[in-house]
Design a protein around this ligand. Structure first.
Ligand code: BES
Ligand code: ZN
Ligand code: ZN
Length: 460
């Protein structure tokens, strides 16, 4: 069950959120027993501190949460979550200390703190429930939380239980929930429908390759989302070494993230025509695997020399993007765990994106700030086009040397997006170190920033 706010209650304990710089002043204004208790317990308002204050009967009469200084807050995404995770069992209401701009994000952080991946092992639940503060869009925040939890669950599920079949089932469940329609092209039908590179990448696996195509909404601008659904990436015949393969269950993180974004859009009932395309494959090894040196002809007709079977994401996305572009969307967005180079460039926390549209880039940058979803623009540097052009085919899927690997991968995709207004995200989809509201494991990236920017980008 996705996390939700607690229903209104008279017995909720008031929680005061205390800025470290204002802690002394605040305590001075309190009755002596409160100020003394805070002092005895060393409460200073530092980030993540939590203190229960007993009333005369010994029962807690309020809780205090440290909110730190602006400098401390700048180093974190969800501040209140750090204290909320330490609160004892009960229902709380925020009584003071958060301004309206911070309230939404801190509430989202609280809900996300209660996320657990409990499919294979019981995980203790979070103790503290929060009543939605007055004036916040509680349904909207719950929807953002549900979308993120969906994305996390899909990524966290190991490939043994999250192959192309299961990813399709997840898309079908979501479609059913929101009245979307879905069609799936599987295995040999991919060749009949001219989606040859999706077939080539996935054909070595017993878990057959497919393209999932979901549609929702009948009027308004056309938005098409494409997500990389590589349910496991062995690297193919260019097999990854063990250490690099360990996390490759998350190579469907782009698909998981666009499913989360689609959930936000549908739950909000945005007035647009949404299409979601997920090439779902396993990049596996067998006698039928595609090989280094092969030349594939794509849906678009461009030929691609395979110089590394581990650069498979751009191949499956290329056919999906070409199909997407044929539908003439007003905006086309792809999300993919596409390159190790993007991680080297910006690390696990930032989602790099590419666009030729300056106003979309500005809308995203400003939306990211208010969404606790940091993104950073990288360039579609056209002078590097020559690097993706090999000898005997139109395109090279893995330019030698690897310089600017995230950019050359993005340029490769742009060829297939054609004339579409196009944004591409090269995400990591994984949180390597736990932080409040951000457990180690699967993580949505870029979806909240995109959701918040859509109104502006599509003039909704
Ligand atoms: N799925 C990987 C990219 C990846 C690796 C994302 C590690 C996140 C963490 C992708 O299919 C891949 O292997 N890309 C290669 C491309 C190269 C062979 C041109 C890479 O980035 O090394
Ligand atoms: Zn790969
Ligand atoms: Zn991959």
């Amino acid at each position: 069950m996705p996390p939700v706010f607690a229903p209104p209650s008279d017995v909720a304990l008031p929680l005061h959120v205390i800025d470290q710089d204002k802690c002394k002043d605040w305590l001075q204004r309190q009755p002596d027993h409160v100020a003394d208790w805070a002092q005895t317990n060393g409460f200073t308002g530092a980030c993540g501190q939590m203190l229960l204050v007993p009333g005369p009967s010994g029962k807690p009469e309020m809780a205090l949460a440290g909110y730190g200084t602006p400098a401390q807050r700048a180093r974190r995404r969800f501040v209140l979550a750090g204290a909320a995770e330490k609160l004892p069992k009960g229902v709380y209401r925020i009584a003071s200390g958060l301004d309206p701009q911070a309230l939404d994000i801190e509430c989202l952080g609280w809900l996300l703190s209660s996320y657990r991946f409990g499919r294979y092992h019981h995980q203790a639940e979070m103790n503290a429930a929060l009543i939605a503060p007055e004036g916040v869009d509680s349904a909207g925040i719950e929807s953002l939380a549900a979308a993120e939890c969906l994305t996390r669950d899909l990524i966290n599920t190991p490939s043994s239980d999250m192959g192309p079949d299961e990813l399709q089932a997840a898309a079908e469940t979501l479609a059913q929930q929101f009245g979307a329609t879905i069609s799936v092209t599987t295995d040999a039908a991919l060749l009949e429908q001219n989606l040859p590179m999706i077939h080539a990448v996935g054909r070595a696996s017993e878990r057959r390759p497919r393209l999932i195509d979901m549609s929702w909404g009948t009027s308004g601008p056309k938005l098409t989302l494409v997500g990389k659904g590589v349910c496991f990436d062995t690297g193919g015949l260019n097999l990854k070494p063990g250490a690099s393969m360990g996390l490759m269950k998350k190579d469907m993180g782009g698909a998981a993230t666009v499913l989360g974004l689609a959930r936000m859009i549908m739950a909000a009932g945005l007035p647009l025509q949404l299409r979601l395309l997920i090439p779902a494959v396993e990049n596996s090894v067998s006698a039928t695997a595609f090989r280094p040196g092969d030349v594939l002809t794509s849906r678009k007709g461009l030929t691609v020399e395979i110089n590394n079977t581990d650069a498979e994401g751009r191949l499956v996305l290329a056919d999906a993007l070409a199909l997407a572009a044929e539908g003439k969307p007003d905006l086309l967005i792809s999300m993919a765990t596409l390159t190790g180079a993007a991680r080297v460039a910006v690390g696990p926390d930032l989602a790099p994106f590419f666009t030729d549209n300056d106003s979309d880039a500005a809308a995203l940058a400003s939306a990211a700030n208010g969404s606790a979803d940091p993104v950073w623009r990288l360039p579609f540097h056209t002078p590097y086009e020559a690097r993706i052009e090999p000898g005997i085919a139109d395109l090279d899927n893995a330019p030698a040397g690897g310089f600017a690997g995230s950019i050359t991968a993005a340029l490769f995709l742009r060829r297939f997006a054609g004339a579409s207004r196009y944004i591409h995200f090269d995400i990591y989809g994984w949180n390597p170190t736990a932080a409040p509201a951000q457990p180690k494991g699967g993580a949505g990236q870029g979806a909240r920033a995109l959701f918040a920017a859509l109104t502006k980008m599509l003039s909704l």
